[in-house]
Design a protein around this ligand. Structure first.
Ligand code: PLP
Length: 395
């Protein structure tokens, strides 16, 4: 059995099918031609295999799906047009009117918006729960609870969840577990091994890895897969072949990039810990983080994305800091090779968590630059906090 790094290099590649080229080509296709009516009819009977129409997948799509299923340890994977499409397609596939869904309070904002708008509109009841509950989630199941949706760590507040404990409770109640695994990727968290039934990825982030394509993936166990592929067919959520190609190419270097993102993030964090402006760092790979024990037990590494809580500086001071940064770009998304920073405002998004950071928060993505350059950039940025305006009075 090959090791994981070897698998990342070789999965989904079939040079013998493509004139020996190392990578599968980008098949741009809507129409697929068949030599005979019998061949066309045969393809219609197997829409999930091979190719019959562009929307249902090209050979490039299939190669990416094959690779994702293999590295996720899934029965099959489905490539879709974005991370949010993976989330919305999976939820619509698995839930129906009258069902109840449990959702971790720390999920990605647009996931929450989807639950509160579409799912509610279609008669699915949603209950948010504190991600720290773990197995104590047991009391929240109702007879109609069909699924639990997790994200760990949350991509704004970085709380961990005891995923094996939640999965055990969910399965005991006959519910499926869906998990957004964008932060760790399959390299650092093997969700299916830990009890998750349906894994969702914003491949837009680390898997594509270069900030140049939108792509999502749904990976599932054999038991959960059927309705997911059906919903994909019904809803037309297809990615284009170019994006699948970039996703596949990103996989080849994913382990190497993540290792460096992690090392650089640790170095930047080591510096931030010496800064009096920083109250707290939110990153489960730190031994004093509340999520550390679970992270250490279940995860194999940490990526370059973490949060910081600052002293009570005014928003004008924080604005001055962010506008002054040279290497940390101001922009959404993350997982590319470059460093990014954005203000994080989780409070408006939470309804079920007892304690959230009180001070202003920033979310940093540490890229592949030299961390000493990044530290110099942050140092001159943090200086701006003092020059702009005095701190707010403590409430
Ligand atoms: C970005 C992101 C998504 C959505 O992915 P898109 O490709 O932007 O639709 C979902 N979950 C998490 C945790 C994300 O960071």
């Amino acid at each position: 059995m090959d090791t994981y790094e070897t698998l990342l290099v070789n999965t989904g590649r079939h040079p013998e099918e493509h004139h020996g080229t190392v990578n599968p080509p980008i098949y741009r296709a809507s129409t697929i031609l068949f030599p005979t009516l019998a061949a066309l009819e045969e393809a219609q009977h197997h829409p999930n295999e091979g190719t019959s129409y562009g929307r249902l997948g090209t050979p490039t799509t299939r190669a990416f799906e094959e690779a994702m299923a293999e590295i996720d340890g899934a029965w099959r994977s489905i490539a879709v047009s974005s991370g949010l499409a993976a989330i919305s397609t999976a939820l619509l596939a698995l839930l129906r009117q009258g069902d109840h869904l449990l959702v971790a309070d720390n999920v990605y904002g647009p996931t929450r918006h989807f639950c509160d708008s579409f799912l509610n509109r279609f008669g699915v009841a949603v209950t948010y729960f504190d991600p720290a509950l773990g197995g104590a989630i047991d009391t929240l199941f109702q007879p109609n609870t069909k699924a639990v949706f997790l994200e760990a760590p949350g991509s704004l507040t970085f709380e961990m969840t005891d995923i094996p404990a939640v999965s055990e409770a969910a399965h005991r109640h006959g519910a499926l577990v869906l998990m957004d695994n964008t932060w760790a990727t399959p390299v650092y968290f093997r969700a299916i091994e830990k009890g998750v039934d349906v894994v969702l990825h914003a491949a837009t982030k680390y898997i594509v890895g270069h900030a140049d394509a939108m792509l999502g993936v749904i990976s599932a166990t054999k038991e959960a897969y059927g309705p997911l592929r059906q919903a994909f067919h019904t809803m037309g959520q297809c990615p284009d072949a170019d994006a699948c190609y970039l996703g596949l190419r990103g996989l080849r270097t994913l382990a190497v990039r993540l290792e460096r993102h992690q090392r650089n993030a640790m170095r930047v964090i080591q510096y931030l810990r010496t800064c009096p402006e920083v109250v707290r760092i939110l990153y489960p790979a730190l031994p004093d983080d509340p999520g550390y024990a679970i992270w250490k037990r279940d995860f194999r590494g940490a990526c370059g994305l973490f949060g910081i809580e600052l002293q009570l500086f005014t928003s004008a001071a924080i604005r001055a800091m962010l506008d002054q940064l040279r290497l940390f770009g101001l922009g959404y998304s993350w997982g590319g090779y470059e460093s990014l920073i954005v203000p994080a405002q989780p409070n408006g998004l939470r309804t079920a968590t007892a304690s959230l950071p009180q001070g202003p928060m920033l979310r940093l993505h540490v890229g592949l630059e030299d961390p000493e350059d990044l530290i110099a950039d942050l140092a001159q940025g943090l200086n701006q906090l003092h020059s702009a305006q005095p701190m707010r009075e403590m409430a």
